[in-house]
Design a protein around this ligand. Structure first.
Ligand SMILES: [Zn+2]
Length: 480
């Protein structure tokens, strides 16, 4: 027998706007509608239907919610959002406003993501996963180089970072300028290199560097949530990587000042997606590619870690796209099944063909939650281990930091012996190739496939991110 039952509801509606935007109306109600209720060990469904009746808002429990979970709630005149938070926290639920309703779901998934960045500052996983003092000292030198080459306003200037070079002791200024249209994306990548090893604008030796970086990125946000000026189509990389940095910074610090810019940036991404599929340069432009999609996936996952509002169907769309461009041997293409990826003619077409898109696909699949033993994952991993990182001197045509980033992230998420094999090759390729001389000390020469676009800042930031793999993202896929 249920024992409940004093239900009193007093409703005060203030400032509710009945506009056309149903979700907007619901969000307004959540903040303005005051409720009084008194439940004692009442079944969750009774409490939800009571709150639904007095608010006039549809409320839906997903399949995994325990509908008979018991709720005790005795409150007077509190706003609906706080009442729902109290109900949700007792039942291990979270809720979002979507499609004209409030949807409750089990927090199991949110918790899985929430722990994602927990080991960054402590580096607990470092040794067990194959990192070492040497990987850490390279990251330290890399961050120091990045910090020395940041402008005072917080930006890393692709074609002007060398204005910050120290030539006082006869050292040459650093070479390796990148392309200015990626200032936002590369500044975001540099900021991510600090976040990835536990530095935030609140903690760590580089908190001023990170604070300036985030401040500059936020200052680039346009009224529609997009980041930076659209100087070319591939501007979208700025959006994806900038959003990832804002979401990670917010997830790690929960600094309320970052919540709104991070949400607006990720909402822009969600709105730019081709329905049921993925992304390319133009928002909702009908075309898709795997490279930008993998950055979008990372940004959306970071938003989930930050408990921002995201739509799971966006990730389902990304998987649809990856399935479409993966050939039967497990190789994922850039725009067509198993193609060899993108090149700029006359610039980087002589670089060896490496399965960067397969790395991007496997990392995305495992972040989203596909099982490690899924045949597409297993076959893709098979493609990656046949193409281990190698700094092949003197030709260096196999040097491809972009591939190594995705391959490393994918193989780490996959784990096991194949990861160990990859890790050994990756360390050999990166640890002894970092510059140790003059002002360039701590950076990597931009000799990789996309080095002439991203320059020295990109090369150094992405290689730090690669070496942070041991603790940057916990393994999100526990299904193994
Ligand atoms: Zn320099």
């Amino acid at each position: 027998m249920r024992k409940v039952f004093l239900l009193i509801a007093v409703i005060a509606l203030t400032g509710v706007v009945f506009g056309q935007d149903r979700d907007g109306e619901i969000k307004t109600k959540l903040k303005t509608l005051k409720v009084t209720c008194n439940f004692h060990k009442a079944p969750l469904t009774d409490v939800i239907s009571f709150l639904q009746d007095i608010s006039g808002i549809n409320m839906v429990l997903d399949k995994k919610c325990d509908k008979n979970a018991k709720v005790t709630l005795s409150v007077k005149q509190i706003v609906l959002q706080n009442a729902l938070n109290l109900v949700a926290s007792q039942c291990g639920l979270s809720f979002v406003v979507k499609d004209g309703a409030i949807l409750f779901s089990s927090k199991g998934e949110a918790d899985r993501y929430f722990a994602a960045y927990a080991d960054r500052a402590s580096k607990k996983a470092l040794a067990a996963e194959g990192g070492s003092n040497k990987t850490e000292s390279c990251i330290k030198a890399g961050l120091e180089w990045l910090s020395r080459h940041q402008n005072t306003d917080g930006m890393w200037d692709q074609d002007g970072f060398d204005n910050n070079c120290d030539t006082s002791e006869g050292s040459a200024a650093c070479d390796g300028k990148g392309v200015a249209q990626y200032d936002v994306g590369v500044s975001a990548l540099a900021t991510l290199a600090f976040l990835g090893t536990g530095h935030t604008h609140k903690q760590g030796k580089y908190k001023k560097t990170v604070a300036k970086g985030i401040q500059w990125l936020s200052s680039q946000q346009q009224p529609d949530g997009s980041l930076g000026q659209r100087m070319s189509e591939s501007w979208i990389y700025n959006q994806a990587i900038g959003t990832l940095a804002l979401c990670e910074a917010y997830a790690m610090t929960r600094d309320s000042k970052l919540k709104e810019p991070a949400q607006r940036a990720v909402s822009f991404i969600l709105n730019a997606q081709n329905r049921g599929l993925a992304w390319k340069y133009k928002p909702k432009g009908g075309l898709n590619d795997t490279s930008i999609t993998a950055w979008m996936v990372q940004a959306i996952i970071a938003a989930k870690v930050a408990e921002l509002e995201v739509d799971q169907s966006a990730l389902d769309g990304a998987i649809n796209w990856l399935d479409r461009v993966t050939n039967p041997s497990g190789k994922t293409g850039y725009m067509r099944p198993g193609d060899d990826g993108s090149v700029i003619r006359g610039v980087n077409e002589k670089h060896a063909k490496q399965p960067a898109m397969t790395g991007a696909a496997i990392f995305s699949r495992l972040l989203i939650g596909q099982k490690r033993d899924d045949p597409k994952v297993v076959k893709g991993v098979g493609v990656l281990v046949k193409n281990l990182p190698e700094w092949n001197r003197p030709k260096k045509d196999k040097v491809d930091f972009y591939y190594w980033y995705y391959g490393t992230c994918a193989m780490f998420q996959y784990g096991g012996e194949k990861w160990q094999k990859w890790n050994k090759a990756m360390k050999k390729a990166l640890l002894d190739t970092q510059r140790a001389d003059g002002c360039a000390k701590g950076s990597w020469d931009p000799v990789s496939k996309w080095g002439m676009v991203g320059g020295r800042v990109y090369s150094t930031a992405i290689n730090c991110l690669i070496l942070e793999v041991y603790y940057r993202n916990a393994r999100l896929n526990k299904n193994k």
